[in-house]
Design a protein. Structure first.
Ligand code: MG
Length: 153
């Protein structure tokens, strides 16, 4: 299987999206903090590669995978949401590495994976990082990079 490790803040939203009007974002509702353009780009990645999604965003804390799946699907995400990375006091890269080991222990063969994130703390997994920016979030160039790493189906 192919996996997309998905951050939300700085990937599915951006300061450009949240504050583009010049007004501070008017709500604290998490549900309104996802940019439809970023969702469209994420869908292009999963559609063209067949990759499934594992949530690595801090949004996963205190939520069940079913809640994250529901939230993403309400926003039009079409990819299959198969899990979330473990939480704990380590770096995000460590959490993703642990998740990969867990998938392999379940007998899943990881054909390829990509990390969509605006942070860099991926350690030895940095080759799989497609680094977005908090200012702009997921852009077309990141779609191309992610598809290159994952491979088209
Ligand atoms: Mg982020």
């Amino acid at each position: 299987m192919k996996l997309v490790f998905l951050d939300f803040d700085g990937v599915l939203n951006s300061s450009g999206f949240l504050y583009g009007s010049g007004e501070p974002f008017s709500t604290t509702s998490a549900d309104e903090k996802i940019d439809p353009e970023a969702v469209r780009r994420l869908n292009e990645i999963t559609d063209r590669t067949g990759a499934s999604i594992v949530v690595s965003s801090a949004w996963r804390i205190g939520k069940r995978v079913a809640d994250l799946r529901g939230l993403l699907h309400r926003h039009g995400v079409t990819g299959q949401v198969v899990g979330a990375t473990p939480t704990g006091g380590r770096t995000r890269g460590d959490q993703i590495a642990e998740s990969l080991e867990y998938q392999q222990r379940l007998g899943r063969v990881i054909e390829s994976f990509v990390i969509l994130d605006d942070d860099r703390d991926m350690g030895p997994l940095t080759d799989a990082l497609v680094k977005t920016t908090q200012a702009r979030g997921l852009q077309d160039e990141h779609v191309a990079q992610a598809i290159e790493i994952l491979g088209e189906k």
